[in-house]
Design a protein around this ligand. Structure first.
Ligand code: SF4
Length: 230
């Protein structure tokens, strides 16, 4: 009978240890590459960040920041959004795309914040994800950047880059978040998320990753497979 193999989150112990060590190296290199990474949405508090993050779905942060510059002046409180005329709000956010759904989410979500939390944006994953239009990604953005509560933000960049690096084999964002939380120290979760997104935007781009100039290449599963012809 062979030796029993200890299983850790679907991996053998050896695979799990290797992933953790690889994640540590990736973490250090990302820190060198993107020392100033941070949230690229403009905001001054939890409500503004919540609204900006809802608007950022299928839209660039640059575009969102252009729109919110005026939006935040026109709608300074949660009550302003809750009582907004939907047609008018639609026009105010139109250039961020999907503006009808986003308008519905913003108005309903702000009404729920007034009804359930006396107008204060809640600071727990459970309460945030129970609001209209707020999923784990949005909640983690708000928790990490407005409340300093650590979370890993799995957006399209995080998903692609972490899969290519071999930090996860999953496709479901919740499972990816779980895999990353297991190998990245908690105190690094938020800044790691920002650095991975910046890497995804600048180097590990979707169509043609710029592997030839990527410092992570020696630690990247995608790059290794590319060179071994897999
Ligand atoms: S080596 Fe290529 S695939 Fe791997 S992280 Fe760098 S750019 Fe992305």
């Amino acid at each position: 009978m062979g030796k029993p193999t200890l299983i850790v989150g679907g991996d053998t112990l050896m695979q799990s240890t290797h992933k953790t060590q690889n994640a540590q190296v990736v973490l250090e290199l990302l820190q060198k590459m993107y020392p100033n990474a941070g949230c690229t949405l403009d905001f001054t508090g939890p409500l503004e960040l919540l609204i900006a993050t809802i608007l950022a779905a299928q839209c660039t942060d640059v575009r969102v920041n252009i729109v919110t510059k005026e939006l935040f002046k026109k709608y300074p409180t949660v009550e302003h959004y809750a009582q907004a005329d939907p047609k008018e709000l639609e026009q105010d956010i139109k250039s961020t795309g999907f503006y009808q759904n986003k308008t519905k989410s913003i108005i309903t979500c702000c009404r729920q914040i007034i009804e359930r939390y006396q107008g204060q944006v809640p600071s727990s994953m459970e309460a945030l994800t129970a609001l209209a239009g707020v999923g784990r990604k949005t909640a983690n953005v708000v928790l990490g950047n407005a409340f300093n509560i650590p979370g890993i933000i799995v957006d399209t960049h995080m998903r692609r880059v972490s899969q290519r690096l071999g930090l996860t084999s999953n496709d479901d964002p919740v499972k990816i978040e779980r895999d990353l939380c297991a190998v990245i120290p908690q105190m690094e979760w938020v800044i790691f998320s920002h650095r991975m997104v910046e890497h995804g935007r600048k180097i590990c781009i979707a169509r043609n990753p710029r592997c030839s100039i990527c410092l992570l290449a020696p630690h990247c599963r995608y790059f290794q497979n590319l060179n071994s012809g897999k």
